[in-house]
Design a protein around this ligand. Sequence first.
Ligand code: 5AD
Ligand code: FES
Length: 352
Amino acid sequence: MRPGEPMDRRDLIEWLRESDEARLEELWARADATRRVHVGDEVHLRGLIEVSNHCVRRCAYCGINVSNSEVKRYRMSAEEILACARQARELGYGTVVLQAGEDYGLTRGAVADVVRRIKDETGLAVTLSLGERSDEDLRSWRAAGADRYLLRFETSDQELYARIHPSLPGRLSDRFVLLRRLRELGYEVGSGVMIGIPGQTYATLADDLQSFVELDLDMIGVGPWLPHPVTPLGRGELPPAADSEQVPNTELMTYKVVALTRLLCPEANIPSTTALATLNLASGRELGLTRGANVVMPNLTPVEYRALYEIYPGKACIRETANECVHCLSGRIVRMGRQIGRGSGGRRRGRG
Ligand code: 5AD
Ligand code: FES
């Protein structure tokens, strides 16, 4: 298949298996050109606030899952969250992302309240990433002013989904229902997958990419799976796919998925993720941004909590303050000839 032609499942699998450097250069160039036409040269900064590391789930990949009794748990107060949001505004970000494990200690009322206060005081766009919550919770937060919601579906293979989410009463189909419901409620909706989880095949990953299109996602986050030693996946307890079928959790595979995502969903906001930066501290973020991505999510979590939000080990920027990160990132973006995005950087439909 030549660049420029539409892609079906077979083409996607072929690209995911591609190793020819010249062909890959074509893929990067095409993804970069598509990014420029549809979402422009602006790179939007989303300030990430990891508001709680409590979680009721037992996800087999995640270092803060409920069975990790080693990690000290924290939940930020409304005042602490608000202080981070003020800082985000001072640093020139357009959005704050409140992310946590699935923590029912973050009650409907408390979250609605903090969202309302952030909107009133700062006017920033608010993205929530708080897991699978009830319809009442999601409605109440939307009414309080939340603009966007992130919930990755992690894999489109039902059987693999069930294996890596042992404690979920919910199934993959429920998560898809929830993603559609979020759209009905008026949220901009984000989702995504991990790359290279044991058991993920090339065919599954191609299906994941096609699911992004079917769900008409506004935001799509993809990053490599990074083994955490306290988890069943990190300890190697779940079987990989057969040798030639198993997707590797590499930097290169991540760039391929970022680039293909841009080609399939030209208008989506696509972050160059922290997980990618973790694999290549020197230039992972930049390479993501030149191969399809247009968003970065600098960490705003107070330094005393950051190390406790250890979904995977070795996370990039764990010690840098918000201030250091924003200067480092802005410098990197400007040196690439791109601009820092202004405004909230929501999805613009139908341009280009
Ligand atoms: N490696 C990489 N990504 C992870 N996530 C959770 N645990 C890991 C890990 N070990 C991702 C999941 C989740 C998002 C917040 O972080 O995709 O949805
Ligand atoms: Fe955090 Fe560079 S982005 S220090």
